[in-house]
Structures are given as structure tokens and as C-alpha cells.
Design a binder for this molecule. Sequence first.
Ligand SMILES: [Zn+2]
Ligand SMILES: [Zn+2]
Length: 339
Amino acid sequence: MKAWVLRQTAPVETEPLELRDVPLPEPGEDEVLVRVNACGICRTDLHVVEGELPPKRPNIIPGHQIVGVIERHGPKAGKYKVGVRVGIPWLHRTDQTCAYCRSGHENLCDSPEFTGYTVNGGYAEYAVAPEGFVYPIPEAFPDLQAAPLLCAGIIGFRSLRLGGLSSATPGFNLGIYGFGAAGHVCLQVARHWGAKVYVATREAKHQQLAQELGAAWAGGAKDAPPEKLDAAIIFAPAGELVPPALAALKKGGTVVLGGIHMSDIPSFVYPLIYQERSIRSVANNTRQDGHDFLRVAAAIPVRTQVQVFAFEQANTALNALKHDGIRGAAVLQLQKPHH
Ligand SMILES: [Zn+2]
Ligand SMILES: [Zn+2]
């Protein structure tokens, strides 16, 4: 099969991914072989390719927002039939035995595998994954629109939950800092739950998309929103946004850090966090988050704005993402849409 292989971590401007012919992966005992229709491009892919996340395995194939169709089962798989459309997410596998897994926190598993990082991902014609960790894709979503739901969407959803937002909190004031793939999905869920959403982002086109999707306000990256916030989610990988986000909170409010990597957070005066304000990060997600999110997303329904790139354009797409050139979410297209 054809696959994009990371030669060596390097700035994406140097095109470190190489299109190669590699052997078709063989599904393990509990795994399925999936023919990839589309694979979303996540900022985490950029961190894998450029080496902000330390390499775990040579010649990795990135990509962890995979939408495809089951072609074959390992001997102990078979819950989903051949031909079923599924999503393969970032959380590839957990050990299901550590203290975190046993207490409902498998997102913090001591021995996890991550798609497109510790095991091969979806910038390829085929991928394998444990059947217990894939999600059936709701019919409402075509392949290209479904792909960004699998990481940007699920992580955004978990970020909302950690910020204290739910269907039972109408009138909640939510701030979103950085408005890309995760932000634009998060906004739609938050509005569905009756929140007012304030978006801080440096790019004019991202501010415009936020307004089109119903943001109550959209301003510059460090601008103070006109209302105090119950929670602020920072999706931009920029630690310097933490102090202004704290300053925008109500008493008792939470800043949620939605990324896997962030530049250093500058020091700040204690009054910014006093009055029971808090900062917390989001690490991965549980499968329950994923199933809950896909159900909510289909009910709303969430509409993802996607910028589609041909499979051959993986390096180009990563460059566009790095330089704020994506409106909504970037997706690699492998198969023409069936829906
Ligand atoms: Zn575990
Ligand atoms: Zn991701």
C-alpha cells in the first residue's frame, strides 16, 4: 500500500514525510483492517512530525482521525461486519489493567498506544486498530466531515466537560482561545447546550468563521472578552495565552488547556488565579467520551467545515495548518465520497 512515512522529525517546511510503498498491515487477533477513506489532520500530527513530541518509533505513519471501511478481521474480532464504516481515533489501545483504566480514567493509562504516534496511523491506504477502540460512524456524517470529529471533536468535547459545561448549564459563558478544528466543533456543541461563546483568535478569517457559527463575540488572541467567563478553553499551543485567559474568568472559573503540547506558560501574579480559579489540562479521552460525543454530534448535528487535500498533499496540508492557513479542519481524501 501507499503510505506517508516520517523519515525523521524536522520542520514541515522541509517536507519530512515521504510517500512510500509499504507492506499491507496484518490485523492482530482483536484487530480490524480498515481501508482508509479519509484522514483528518490534527495539530498533534504537526507535533509528531516536527518532534515536539519525542519520537517513539522510527518510520511512523502519522494520522489519527481515520474514517474507513472494515475489510478484514483478526481471529478474535467480528463485532462489526466487513463493510461497516468506522473511525480510528488517537487512543489506539489501553492495557485495561492499570489503576487508571480500572477506575474509569483510561485516558491516563500507564501503557497506552496512540494511533499515528506509537503505532502506524491513517496517512495511508490501510490501517489496523483493535476493534474495541474503533467507533461506528453515524450515517449523518460523510467521510470528510466525520474525520475531524475523531480527535478535534472528541477532545473538544472532553474539554467542555472538564470546563464544567453540559446540557444542564444554560447561560454558561465559554471562552475559546484559538479557533481551528477543535474550536469550531466545540462552539457548536456549547451553543447547542445554551452557552454564549466568546472566541479569541489572531486570524481574521478564524474570527469570521466563529461569527458565522454564532459566537457572541470574536476578537484578537489576547483581547478581553466583553463578559467574564465561566470557563476558557485554550486550543492554541501558546502558553502566553494562559494569563489573559485567567484574567477573563469569573471567580471559580476554569482554564482548560486542550492541546498535547504548549509553549512555556509565563509566570503571573497570584491574584490572577486566586478566588478558586483553576487551570487544568486535557490528556487524551476515554472511549466513553468518544461514544457520547458522536451521539451528541449526530443529534445536533455538528457541521464540520473542512478543507480537503488530496492524499498526495500531506506535506502541503501540514504546512497550511502550521501557518494558520486552514479554515475549520484539514482532511486528506483517499476515496471519493460514497455519501
Ligand atoms: Zn491502563
Ligand atoms: Zn489529534
